[in-house]
Design a binder for this molecule. Structure first.
Ligand SMILES: Nc1ncnc2c1ncn2[C@@H]1O[C@H](COP(=O)(O)OP(=O)(O)OP(=O)(O)O)[C@@H](O)[C@H]1O
Ligand SMILES: [Mg+2]
Length: 332
């Protein structure tokens, strides 16, 4: 539990609706959560879930329609000025700099908007750039940077005012694996060594598993689960049983008869004279049943183990469909 003294973001019954030509859209439908100082908190959800709306409200760019939100104890609606002094935000999807000045001048410009003394700003920009691998590119005009370096510059900008809380909307969208990883490492260091709170909205499960201390899964404006990535995975148990079976079975029809078996796949390893059979099970007794059925059919189970759920499986179990299907449906 987060102790009351160290709460950095506190959201209570937050609502936001948008007027549209047809019916009003409820983007946030009573969201409550607490984030502790120094935590990396993930807001995970499919397209249209309400992630950006929440980030925009918390960073004072959008007013709530109901409920309340505090950042470092300041109310986002009534004390917006105070909130702005202790936060920063960046969105991976938006272009966040002036094209015709260099990356360095961009960072300098933003540092001066915050009124940071020249020497301090110089040193901070140098340090952030170094840690984000941006130093070599600082003199390049913003438009001439590749997506990855522009994103690094955008991330640097989000830390230039030494914020206590940083809101990031899809910070690694469109980046290659290595660039995304180095940005994630940077964020972890910022949270752990400077005690900054980082709240990031994403639909990237791998990102959440890699760096988030806690995560809220949000769908249609509501939080449907919250906890550490480990908690969430444990809540689903181990939905797969993996068996190495010898000799490679000709078919796996015997598994179809076992109650609680939802599906299976197998791949044969001729050299080792065995097959690896992966069975999706509803519960432990289905797993036991599957391995017994193998033995009854005359196959030896050389080794077997259970596989923990992935965050994606948790999501599918909670929402009833994967991200892919949602995207194909065209949103919520
Ligand atoms: N300015 C607006 N006017 C009308 N509807 C809006 C507006 N902004 C957001 N919405 C609607 O609110 C809902 C939540 O949108 P939001 O952008 O917060 O989702 P998101 O979780 O960030 O999605 P994505 O993963 O696609 O970025 C959606 O149904 C969206 O269409
Ligand atoms: Mg969004």
């Amino acid at each position: 539990m987060i102790s009351a003294d160290h709460v950095s973001v506190e959201v209570e019954g937050l609502r936001r609706q948008f007027k549209t030509k047809s019916a009003p859209v409820v983007a946030l439908d009573g969201v409550s959560l607490k984030v502790g100082e120094g935590e990396i908190f993930g807001v995970l959800g499919p397209n249209g879930a309400g992630k950006t709306t929440m980030i925009r409200i918390l960073s004072t760019l959008l007013m709530p329609s109901g409920g309340s939100a505090k950042v470092m104890g300041f109310d986002v609606e009534h004390e917006a000025e105070k909130v702005r002094r202790v936060i920063n935000m960046a969105s991976g999807a938006e272009k966040a700099g002036y094209d015709f000045i260099s990356a360095k001048r961009n960072l300098w410009f933003f540092s001066q908007l915050y009124g940071i003394p020249g020497e301090v700003a110089e040193k901070r920009i140098g340090d952030l750039s170094e840690r984000l691998g941006l130093t070599k590119y600082l003199d390049r005009k913003f438009y001439a940077l590749s997506t990855g370096y522009r994103q690094r510059a955008t991330i640097a900008r989000a830390f230039v005012n030494d914020p206590r809380v940083v809101f990031l909307d899809e910070p690694t969208i469109g980046l290659d694996v290595m660039t995304a990883r180095s940005i994630r490492e940077f964020l972890q260091t910022e949270a752990k060594t400077h005690g900054r709170t980082i709240m990031l909205a994403t639909h990237n499960m791998a990102e959440v598993e890699a760096i988030c201390d806690r995560v809220a899964i949000i769908d249609k404006g509501k939080i449907i689960a919250e906890g550490t990535p480990e908690d969430l995975k444990r809540s689903l148990g181990a939905p797969a049983l993996v068996m190495e079976v010898s000799p490679p079975p000709k078919d796996l029809e015997m598994l179809r008869q076992v109650a609680g078996v939802k599906g299976f796949t197998s791949s044969a390893d001729e050299e080792r004279g065995l097959s690896t059979v992966q069975v999706v099970v509803e519960n432990d007794s289905a797993a036991n049943g599957a391995s017994a059925a193998m033995a009854t059919a005359g196959y030896r189970v050389v080794a077997s183990w259970r596989k923990e759920a992935t965050l994606e499986e948790v999501f599918v179990a909670l929402v009833g469909s994967g991200f892919k299907e949602r995207e194909e449906e065209g949103g919520p």
